[in-house]
Write a protein that binds this ligand. Structure first.
Ligand code: HEM
Length: 165
């Protein structure tokens, strides 16, 4: 399975496609997505980017539950995250939410690498479907990077993102 990380280029338009609903179905719907995402966040808690997240275990549990709802919805499941986005388009809301954190390419790579570990543990899911989820993450995560190695910041505008159907 080729789950490659393509580099972020400051200011470059990002083209992304939401994950295929077939991926959501293949992992086992809402329960399967929860299992996958809880496993991902458990790994995040032990990762090099753990400090971005609440250190308190109970608070972290809340983040885990809330974040998983986003992934359930973006993958084509029920609209369980809708109210959080306060009427904004889901992906646009998600980009702006990350503005509050100084995310650089290194943090993005750690985030994606942690997700790759969780995805590698999936059993019985077609590679093609996992790749569809991965491609969304690889591309979309570029929009969360706002801090660059030369010390500059850049907050991607949603209008520079191109969502293809
Ligand atoms: C595909 C890329 C990503 C997606 C889809 C994503 C998704 C999310 C979601 C759904 C939330 C919760 C929003 C809420 O509060 O309702 C969140 C929060 C957060 N994300 Fe991401 N994320 C991505 C990339 C990253 C990366 C690369 C980092 C790097 C550190 C990161 C760090 C955070 C942090 C620190 C929070 C806040 C946690 C808190 O509530 O304290 N995210 N993200």
């Amino acid at each position: 399975m080729s789950l490659e990380i393509t580099p972020v280029v400051k200011g470059e338009a990002v083209v992304f496609k939401n994950p295929a609903k077939e991926f959501y179905e293949a992992v086992g719907g809402e329960e399967g997505m929860k299992k996958l995402m809880y496993s991902f966040y458990d790994k995040i808690y032990e990762s090099d980017i753990a400090h971005f997240f609440p250190q308190d275990e109970e608070e972290f549990e809340k983040v885990k539950v809330k974040n998983s709802k986003f992934f359930i919805q973006i993958c084509g499941g029920p609209k369980v995250y809708e109210d959080e986005a306060k009427g904004m388009e889901l992906n646009e809301y998600m980009i702006r939410l990350h503005d509050d954190f100084s995310i650089n390419e290194k943090a993005r790579i750690e985030w994606l690498g942690t997700m790759r570990e969780a995805l590698n543990e999936l059993e019985g899911v077609d590679e093609e479907l996992i790749e569809s989820f991965w491609n969304y993450l690889d591309n979309f995560s570029k929009l969360t990077v706002n801090t660059f190695s030369d010390g500059s910041t850049y907050y991607a505008a949603y209008t520079q993102a191109k969502e293809v159907k």
